[in-house]
Design a protein around this ligand. Structure first.
Ligand code: X2X
Length: 335
């Protein structure tokens, strides 16, 4: 290891990235933090660690990204503040929760907008995603091109099975912290309670909330089946995560390192989508074997209830004609 004094460090800082790293291994030039709310075993955490490893290798150790999964750095709400201040450099967050800062970012969560994954990826890798990313950019954050899959969300309950919209009346359901979620379950007649994911298991266990809604894979990986009895297959919305970056941290990287970081994070997003698709093939059987009772529902009845409550008209008005027009161009007419 060559001895590094202040002079060589300063000289090093002025060199292009890869020139620096022809020297033997030493501390990274850029140490960055990536945080998420996903359990360690969730494909999100696994694929993010792989991206970090590839980034380190491809930059010869100059860019080191340390992963803090599973709410280690706090709740989603806390981590969003930390991302904005630069205490965290990268953070994966549901578009719906990001909407507390970037209102347009919840648009993919509009009830029953997407009929299947083909429609989701066409929209989010296409016009709708590009629109949301431009809105994120206006609020001082950056978003990588490829979203990460969370999934189509299903309602679970520990008290009674939800079969019809009427069963949701007064139902104490935990929803993530997001105006769209609260609005949607209020429109369905439920009593939504906003709680960050970090607190969900205990909120269900202590019956602060009777139920919650999440994709089957998350219900499985976060072991929510231990504290829930029924799952109703409403697929009421599709939810995914944006890989967000602090603009100052990202801009501070040399251009070649920026390109590597973006390339590898996007690659891992695609890997994670494939992992979830694979898990979707077996997750229902696994959850049944763990004692969760599956309930098939009449989805159009739930969509109709939202319509009657004025949900679509209200959100069209909130997002505005441009955004709503892009959404409908991808998914078809919603009114
Ligand atoms: O908080 C949730 O329910 C979760 C894990 O699905 C999100 O991040 C939106």
């Amino acid at each position: 290891m060559p001895s590094l004094n202040r002079r060589t460090l300063l000289a090093g800082a002025a060199l292009p990235l890869f020139a620096i790293n022809t020297r033997p291994a030493r501390a990274a030039d850029f140490s960055l933090k990536l945080a998420n709310n996903a359990p360690l075993t969730h494909p999100q955490s696994i694929r993010q660690q792989e991206a970090a490893d590839r980034i380190k290798a491809a930059t010869n150790g100059a860019v080191e990204i340390q992963l803090f999964p599973n709410n280690q750095l706090g709740s989603d709400t806390d981590m969003l503040s930390q991302l904005r201040s630069g205490a965290i450099d990268f953070f994966t967050l549901s578009g719906l929760i990001l909407a507390t800062l970037v209102p347009a970012a919840s648009i993919n969560g509009i009830g029953f907008a997407f009929k299947d994954y083909d429609t989701v990826w066409k929209a989010m890798d296409g016009k709708l995603g590009a629109y949301v990313r431009s809105e994120i950019d206006k609020r001082g954050l950056i978003a990588m091109d490829k979203m990460w899959d969370n999934g189509f969300r299903q309602i679970t309950s520990s008290t009674h099975p939800i079969r019809t919209p009427a069963d949701l009346k007064g139902f104490k359901i935990r929803v993530p912290v997001s105006p769209l979620w609260t609005s949607m379950f209020t429109a369905l007649g439920a009593s939504p309670i906003s709680i960050n994911f970090a607190e969900v298991y205990s909120a269900l266990q202590t019956k602060i909330a009777e139920g919650q809604e999440n994709p089957l894979t998350l219900i499985q990986i976060a072991k929510l089946y231990e504290v829930q009895k029924y799952v109703s297959m409403t697929s009421h919305m599709w939810d995914g995560f944006w890989m967000l970056g602090n603009k100052r941290s990202f801009s501070a990287l040399p251009a070649d390192a920026q390109a590597i970081v973006a390339r590898e994070l996007n690659k891992s997003a695609l890997d994670e989508r494939a992992d979830i698709a694979k898990l979707n093939g077996s997750v229902a059987d696994d959850l049944k074997s763990k004692g969760l009772e599956f309930v098939e529902v009449d989805k159009p009845a739930f969509r109709e209830a939202l319509k009657t409550a004025g949900f679509y008209a209200e959100w069209k008005n909130k997002y505005g004609e441009e955004a709503w027009g892009i959404l409908e161009s991808q998914v078809g007419s919603l009114s």
